[in-house]
Design a protein around this ligand. Structure first.
Ligand code: SF4
Length: 164
């Protein structure tokens, strides 16, 4: 599996075509948080079944499904270590600088990105989404450095495996 296979077309969204579904997801962060909590419990409960089938065998189809669903909803970049529930349902990998612990110092006065002036800053959106969530204070947790070996892997299967 090549990580690039799961990269949405066009590495970065053109600044004049901000994906509206991404904004919808942030506006509905609380509902998505509830949905994900249930989904996470289901994934953990399904672990014995996944083990019987084999995680390696499941990786490719599950990653493809995850990429399609989360690509549409969050513009997911398949980093393999999902932190959406800590970032107000705003995917930090859409930050052109890939910052996972808050915004850079270049956020514009209107809340838009320094690199793409027409794009709302991913972290401004993350903060707004987090205020709608019950567990929104997790946004203050420090995220560990990203493990690039997991790029392209399914974070759903990571959850089922019991990875932190
Ligand atoms: S944090 Fe990673 S897995 Fe989660 S939506 Fe963003 S790129 Fe995808």
């Amino acid at each position: 599996m090549t990580p690039a296979a799961f990269e949405p077309r066009g590495k970065r969204p053109p600044p004049d075509r901000w994906p509206w579904l991404r904004l919808w997801s942030i506006r509905h962060a609380r509902g998505l948080e509830r949905l994900y909590e249930g989904f996470e419990r289901a994934l953990i409960a399904m672990r014995p079944m996944f083990e019987r089938i084999g995680f390696a065998r499941l990786e490719r189809p599950v990653a493809a499904l995850e990429s399609a669903m989360k690509g549409a909803l969050f513009d997911c970049r398949m980093c393999g270590q999902c932190v959406l529930s800590s970032t107000g349902m705003s995917c930090p990998m859409n930050c052109p600088k890939n910052l996972r612990n808050g915004p850079c110092g270049g956020v514009r006065g209107d809340g838009n990105c320094e690199v793409y002036p027409a794009m709302p800053c991913v972290w401004v959106q993350a903060y707004e989404g987090s205020r709608r969530m019950e567990g929104g204070d997790k946004i203050a947790h420090v995220q560990p450095p990203i493990d690039h070996r997991l790029k392209g892997a399914s974070s759903w299967l990571q959850v089922a495996r019991g990875a932190p």
